[in-house]
Design a protein around this ligand. Structure first.
Ligand SMILES: C[S@@+](CC[C@H](N)C(=O)[O-])C[C@H]1O[C@@H](n2cnc3c(N)ncnc32)[C@H](O)[C@@H]1O
Length: 296
């Protein structure tokens, strides 16, 4: 991230969610009515254009040509995570902790959020921009949302969460979407260990990248242009995992692996037949771990 600026990749994700929300209701995977509010020029202009019939198909097509697979991967995983939270609410959960929240608007748009405490945890630079946009968009900030600023590479969550009202004894859903790949290994380790101190049965849903994309990027489609854009945004990929090592990696940190799906699979679940033609971003994965030992 560039010092003093909100995360650019968080804004990319907001753009993709805004574009998806402009599609006709029967064709979109979700509706994110706030996504457009987080966009600055020129993304705000692009999202505005994409409301028009014809352009709303053309704009995503142009993006997909430039950065193969990124948009469809973000859109499909947004739906996957929305569904995972809906399922967890039934268990039930008492808290949702969104780590590296960026311009995630789930606290405001998903059903059931007002009945639990939601913590938006993020770098101060991104969070400041988000709070300004929310203040413009919402007349009152809902009281179930609490904002916590952190730099994962420098601070532990134990130093900031108790003061925000986080309860370690409560069953919690931790969401860590699009973040681990920008952190140090030590920050990922410390954060997961802190999550695993939550009440047994709590869930940790996080994304990670296949370690091979760091060492052999050429084996994945579209990495050259993607890496160039990330470098421009000051957000290089730094951390990845080997999927076959994930169960042991989590077990050492007090979590049992419930599921681990790659982009190709979660795109197939959301886009069904259309996913067959989608390429790129296959190194991206979504994992779900549970606090405590595996019951299987
Ligand atoms: C790709 S965005 C993901 C945002 C959101 N979770 C989503 O999926 O749309 C990465 C997020 O990680 C946050 N981030 C990156 N490095 C961080 C750090 N060292 N400490 C705290 N947050 C960080 C950024 O502020 C940004 O919100």
């Amino acid at each position: 991230m560039r010092e003093g600026h909100a995360s650019r990749t968080a804004e990319h994700n907001a753009l993709f969610r805004a574009l998806e929300s402009s599609l006709p209701e029967r064709r979109r995977l979700f509706t994110d009515p706030l996504a457009r509010a987080f966009l600055t020029w020129p993304f705000a202009f692009v999202a505005r254009l994409a409301v028009a019939p014809g352009l709303r198909e053309l704009v995503p097509w142009l993006i997909d040509n430039r950065w193969p697979g990124v948009r469809s991967s973000v859109v499909a995983r947004t739906r996957l995570i929305d569904d995972a939270i809906a399922t967890a609410l039934v268990e039930p959960i008492e808290q949702l902790v969104i780590l590296g929240a960026g311009f995630d608007s789930r606290a405001y748009r998903l059903p059931g959020m007002r009945g639990i405490a939601v913590f938006e945890v993020d770098h101060l630079d991104t969070q400041t921009t988000k709070r300004q946009a929310l203040a413009r968009e919402l007349s009152v900030l809902p009281p179930h949302v609490r904002f916590v600023a952190i730099d994962f590479n420098r601070q532990g969550l134990e130093s900031v969460m108790p003061a925000a009202g986080y309860r370690e004894s409560a069953r919690t859903f931790f969401l860590w979407e699009g973040v681990t790949n920008y952190l140090t290994e030590a920050a990922v380790d410390t954060t997961l260990r802190w999550c695993s101190r939550a009440a047994p049965g709590s869930l940790v849903l996080f994304t990670y990248i296949h370690r091979d994309v760091l060492t052999r990027p050429g084996i994945f489609v579209g990495t050259d242009r993607l890496f160039a854009s990330l470098a421009k945004a000051g957000e290089q990929l730094t951390f990845g995992l080997e999927p076959s090592e994930l169960p042991e990696f989590l077990s050492k940190r007090g979590l049992s692996l419930e599921s681990d799906v790659g982009t190709a699979e979660y795109r197939r679940r959301s886009f069904t037949d259309a996913a067959r033609k989608m390429r790129g971003h296959e190194f991206y994965r979504v994992a779900l771990g549970r606090v405590g030992r595996s019951v299987a």
